[in-house]
Structures are given as C-alpha cells and as structure tokens.
Design a protein around this ligand. Structure first.
Ligand code: SF4
Ligand code: SF4
Length: 460
C-alpha cells in the first residue's frame, strides 16, 4: 500500500507543494486533459493545479469542473439540513462558537424535543439530515445518539419522514461505529479540521479531540465497524488551504486503496476571519481562492459529493455550484433546538444564506437546476464500493436525474405553494422531454403521475 498514512506526513505534503510550483504549460494541459475525461487526478497532479498562478489555465479548470458535475450528476443539487441535538462538549476548539463561555447555557434535546425538531424539518420537505453533536461522554454518550437516531426515524410526516440520517459526531471506537451502522446511519462525517499536525494541536485545547492520531484514523475504525460511506472535510483557513486539499486527496486515496472506496463526500467549510476565540486567522481563504479550491477538488474526485453549507452567501453558493458543488443545506438552524426556537420567535436564520428552503429551491430552478431530496442509493444498498462502481461507470446520472424529478414532484405536491407547484411541474416536464428515449420518458412520466396521485417514496 503505497499511500498508507501519507495524509499525516506533513514533510511529504510540504515538499510536494514546493516542487509543484511552476509546472510548465504542457504538463498542466496534460493534467487537464485527464480530468476532462473523468479519470480524476492523483494528488501530485492536484498539487500542480493548486500551485498555478493567476495566469494559469484557470478558465479551463472551471469549465471542466462544471462539465464533470453536469455529466456525472446531471442538473441535480441534493438538499439536506443539519440537526444539532447537543452542544455539550468537553473540547475547546479555538474556532468553535460553542466552545467559549457556553458553560451554563449548554443543552441537549430530549427525545420529545428531537421529534419536534424533526417534525419541523419534515414540514420543510427535508428527507436527509445531518445529526450534529459535541463530544461529551457523560452528557451525550453514544447511547444518547442512538436514542436520538431512533427518535428521528420514528417521526412520520406527510410523505413518510426522514429517510437518511448522516451523523457528524466525534471520533470514536470501532464498536461504537458498529452500533451506529446497526442504527441505520447514512454517511459518517468527520472533518479533519486541519491535516497540519502542529496547527491541529494548537487549535484543539486540552480535550480528547487534541489527539491528532486518534482523530485522523477514525475512518479506519469506522470502516472496520462496517460503515462504508464516510465523509471528510477540512475547515479552510486554519492552515494553508493548498496543504489541506492535498491532505484530503491523500486521505481519500488511502481509503480507496485500503477499503475500496474513498470519501463519499467532501465538505468545504471555511472559517470566517473573526470566528471563534481567535479573531485573526491568517490563512482565511478569499472568495476567489475558495472557488479555485472547489473546482480543483471536483476535477480530482469526480465521483465524490461536494458539500457546502449556509456559511456561504447565496452568490457564493451559486458560483460554487457552477464549480461542481453537488449538495447544499437549506433553511438551516445551527443551534440546539434552533428549528423550534425559530418557529416560536420568528427568528432570522443565523447563517449567511438565510433564505427559506422553498426560496432556495425556487432559486435553484431559476438557475436551471433540479433540487433533489433523493436518498435512493442508501436505501437500495448502493453504498461504499457499490456506489463508487456505479458512479465510475457513469451510470449514476441515470438514477440521480429521475430520482431528483420524482422527489421534486413529491415536494411540490406536499409542501409547494401554487406558484411553486406550477414552476416545478413545468421544469419536470421539460427535463423529461429532454431524456434520450421515448421509453425512458414514458416510464418516468408514469412514476411522476403515481406521485401526483398520492403514492410516496418511489425511487429507481
Ligand atoms: Fe465545538 Fe466540536 Fe470542538 Fe466541541 S469538538 S468545541 S462542538 S468544534
Ligand atoms: Fe444521491 Fe444516489 Fe440519489 Fe444520486 S441517486 S442523488 S447519488 S442518493
């Protein structure tokens, strides 16, 4: 295994990035030809692109990123929402809003409160959520998370409830991952935050999260525990962003080589200049650089979902989608009990993109995109290497596209205003007319008819 553990080898990453500066035009074009043919890129090729100066062929990078997104995933953009169940946490990360001065205010939701939150999310049309909790073995132990999962899946709304719960909780042991798998989670998400060990150790206070080795090997234990979809991420701005992208690429290559599937998703959050306890993050990433990073990641891992959150403004989200981002959160509340609080207080969303989910869907449709609430792969057992095999064969688009239209029809029927419904149905009709064969068109029209007549939870 050539790449084993190299994602933690800081000396290797620094050397690679130094040597990648100034690659000649012919070498860069060759890398881009490879990316354009959907082969993905090796981490050294990624380094060469990251180190291009402003005169490099960035326009081509952006075009290829958009082309890959269109060819592999079609027009769909998958929607999800976070659900914060507990902000008890024994860590004290320098970048975290939960960390400082929250001692007396920390809370966790009761199971009734979780069901209430899920009801609200369900009424927004969400089918896929990301459960978020701080690390606290006393106040929010694994048993609490397992109960929370059961509570979430028990809520049955208009069209059948939440269908996939991804989980973003602290690194843990193999047996705990096994229990999460048995509880029916989708993707296990854990951000490395930073791959750069000295920075990692300096921003992570004295809690258990400070253990770089334990944290950075969590996905091995998750895979050993049977979780075959794992999602990585880095908090861009803690350290040099090029370094973080190479860390992510090496980590994904490592997982692919050892377990047969690299990251299922990569999240791209970035830190705001004055976020957390520290008020100046010298590596904070500008908008232009962030777009470049997203596009290069799309070229490198064409089959990996790229996620951005409501941390980004609507305008940045638009630009990031054109660079290959494939999943968005919408209508998000980013505090424990936030959905119920918002209903009671009519509070504004405490995020950069504070539009309601329906406004976001309308906006996506105006952009010619299809918002999707699909969870079909997970529910048909297309996870891990089975998902990757379908993705790499190019077949994923043939399921993403119809499922996006089916779930949009479902959303429009159950939650859409009149204006929304007519817009969504017109878009669905247009997209079906664009399918290659009459047989495909007929089949999908029949499925949409079944949805409009009241059947639910259909997928291919
Ligand atoms: Fe915040 Fe998570 Fe760090 Fe806890 S572990 S302080 S919740 S970022
Ligand atoms: Fe995701 Fe699979 Fe649905 Fe496509 S078909 S949106 S990959 S769950």
């Amino acid at each position: 295994m050539q790449n084993i553990r190299l994602y933690t080898d800081g000396g290797y990453i620094e050397r690679l990035l130094n040597e990648a500066v100034g690659a000649d035009q012919a070498a860069l074009e060759k890398i881009l030809d490879k990316a354009e043919n959907f082969y993905g890129l090796a981490h050294n090729e990624v380094a060469a692109l990251l180190k291009m100066d402003d005169n490099g062929p960035w326009e081509r990078v952006f075009n290829i990123a958009g082309k890959i997104k269109a060819r592999i995933y079609g027009d769909r953009v998958v929607m999800f929402a976070p659900l914060y169940v507990s902000d008890y946490c024994v860590n004290n990360c320098a970048y975290c809003g939960f960390a400082e001065g929250r001692g007396v205010k920390r809370r966790k939701l009761t199971m009734d409160e979780i069901r209430a939150e899920v009801n609200i999310l369900e009424n927004m049309g969400h089918k896929r959520i990301a459960l978020e909790a701080g690390e606290d073995p006393v106040n929010a132990p694994l048993s609490y998370i397992l109960d929370a999962l059961q509570a979430i899946y028990s809520v049955k709304g208009k069209s059948g409830g939440i269908r996939r719960v991804n989980v973003n909780i602290a690194a843990t042991d193999t047996d705990s991952y096994r229990q999460l798998k048995a509880a029916g989670i989708g993707t296990y998400i854990l951000f490395q935050e930073t791959y750069h060990r000295p920075t990692y150790e300096s921003v992570h206070g004295d809690g258990p999260k400070k253990d770089y080795v334990y944290h950075s090997t969590a996905f091995d234990r998750a895979m050993d525990g049977g979780l075959d979809d794992v999602g990585g991420g880095a908090l861009f701005g803690l350290y040099d962003s090029d370094y973080e992208v190479i860390g992510l690429m090496l980590h994904s290559e490592y997982l692919e080589e050892k377990y047969g599937a690299g990251f299922h998703t990569i999240s791209l959050p970035r830190i705001r200049k004055a976020e957390g306890r520290q008020t100046n993050w010298p590596h904070a990433v500008s908008d232009e650089k962030f777009l470049k990073l997203a596009a290069v990641v799309r070229l490198a891992v064409p089959y990996t979902g790229i996620i951005i959150s409501t941390r980004e403004t609507p305008e940045m989200r638009r630009r990031l989608i054109s660079c290959g981002v494939s999943q968005l959160s919408g209508g998000s509340a980013v505090e424990v009990g936030g959905y119920s609080l918002r209903e009671k207080n009519a509070k504004q969303f405490n995020v950069m993109d504070g539009r309601t989910p329906q406004d976001i869907l309308l906006w996506l449709m105006d952009e010619g995109l299809v918002p999707s609430f699909c969870t079909a792969c997970y529910r048909s057992g297309r996870t891990g290497d089975r998902f990757m095999a379908l993705a790499k064969s190019g077949g994923i688009k043939n399921v993403c596209a119809p499922n996006a239209l089916i779930t949009l029809a479902e959303y429009a029927s159950d939650y859409g205003s009149e204006q929304f419904r007519s817009k969504a149905l017109a878009l669905i009709d247009k997209k079906i007319s664009g399918l290659d064969t009459e047989a495909e068109q007929k089949k999908l029209r029949e499925t949409i008819e079944r949805i409009l007549s009241g059947e639910r939870d259909l997928f291919v």
